[in-house]
Structure formats: C-alpha cells, structure tokens
Design a binder for this molecule. Structure first.
Ligand SMILES: N[C@@H](CCC(=O)N[C@@H](CS)C(=O)NCC(=O)O)C(=O)O
Length: 218
C-alpha cells in the first residue's frame, strides 16, 4: 500500500515532509487536509491526535511529528541520507532541525494565527517577544553557518534542510533575514533544490495564503 501523507501543500510542516519524500524518491498519496471540507477534516482528526499536519501513514503505522516521520522515511529508503550515518553528523542534522523548529517555526506559528484574530484582540507585546525569539534564531544560524558548510548540517542535504526550506521561506516574511549573508546564501540554495521547487509547485495552485507581505531582503 502506498504511503499516505495527510497534509496541505501550503503548510510549512507538510512541505517539510514532502521535501523529504521527494528527496528520497518515495511515492506517496496526498490526503488533502481541507478546512472547508468536513469529510476531509473528520478523516484527518482520526489520524492526528493534536490536529497537526503532517501525518504519515504506512499501512498500520501512523507517524506524527514531521521530524519523526522523516527519520522513518529515511530508514525506509535504506538509511544514511537525511539522517547521516555518521553519529556526529546525525546529531548536527537533528540539532539544526530542532533549532529551526523551536526558535523559528515556533514563533512563526504563534505570530501567524494572531494575525487572523478579530479586531481588538491584537497582542503587540506577544508579537514583539516572538519576533525577538525569531531574530535570535537567525543570529544563531548565521553563526553556525560560519564554518562554510553548504547545507544546514554539512555538505549533504539532510533533515535540517527539509525543515529549513519551508520554515525559513515563510518566517523571513515576518522577520527579514537582514544583514545575515550566510543565512541568505543557504536559503538561496534551498530555494533552488529540486525537491523544494517541487513542494512549492504543489502549493502554487492554492495561492498566497500568508498574512504578511512578500520578503524584500534578497
Ligand atoms: N511539531 C509539529 C508541527 C506541525 C504544525 O504546526 N503543523 C501546522 C501546519 S504547518 C498545523 O497543522 N496547523 C494547524 C493547526 O494548528 O490548527 C510537526 O513537526 O509536525
């Protein structure tokens, strides 16, 4: 039975998983999570304990949390690619994945829903706090990239890059990269990676759903 991915092509964490699937050349069926379609939401709720995308289903097996799904997929494809075989390199890939998820994706996923709140419920203090967390994430990544690595965790494309490609692309629209040349150069490489180009093509028919202006600091 084919792998199934419960997701929406515009969702950052869904793209993280589809980038991994495309990198590994693993075919999958998209189970579209469509907030406007009750049947799709009922099917999604059955597999997603916290109502979060993506969920990967492989036969009887259900994998929530994008990083865990990617570890599983890497093993399914033979291992040693998105999670490097070398233990130190694997630790670095997991570290960058965690930092991007927690200090970039975290504040991003708090700022965005606040933008959809009804008038009068704004939280400028919360926004400023989260923007500061995000900026500190940018600083940390800029410093980490200063050893000249090509990809997020070294010379090969890993879990770190699957995570960073979509999350950096959306988060920079909330807090620009600014004067961080290494971060910008890494992001340019991510934008050109065929697996991410494909994920962006999957999302294109849904338009631009991000409640923030396009990034202007290339
Ligand atoms: N830690 C989770 C984060 C997943 C996540 O935040 N997904 C978002 C889409 S990008 C979501 O499902 N949001 C729907 C909601 O919160 O209602 C993972 O890595 O899978």
């Amino acid at each position: 039975m084919a792998l199934q991915l419960y997701s929406h092509p515009y969702a950052a964490y869904g793209q993280k998983a589809s980038v991994a699937l495309y990198e590994l050349g693993l075919p999958f069926e998209l189970r579209l999570v469509d907030a406007n379609d009750e049947a799709s939401m009922a099917a999604f709720r059955e597999v997603s304990p916290f109502g979060k995308m993506p969920v990967l289903v492989d036969g009887e097996r259900r994998l929530v949390e994008s990083s865990i799904a990617i570890e599983y997929l890497d093993g399914l494809a033979g291992g040693g690619r998105l999670i490097p075989a070398d233990p130190d390199a694997a630790l670095e890939a997991r570290l960058i994945d965690r930092i991007v998820d927690i200090y970039i994706g975290g504040p991003m996923n708090r700022i965005i829903p606040r933008k959809f709140r009804p008038a009068g419920n704004e939280d400028p203090y919360g926004d400023a706090q989260d923007e500061a967390v995000l900026a500190s994430g940018w600083d940390w990544l800029e410093d980490r990239l200063s050893d000249g690595r090509t990809w997020g965790a070294g010379e090969t494309f890993t879990l770190a890059d699957c995570c960073a490609a979509p999350i950096l692309t959306y988060a920079r629209r909330l807090v620009p990269f600014g004067d961080r040349p290494l971060l910008k150069a890494w992001h340019r490489r991510l934008m050109a990676r065929p697996s991410f180009v494909r994920a962006l093509e999957d999302a294109a028919p849904f338009g631009d759903l991000m409640p923030a202006p396009p990034a202007r600091d290339d």
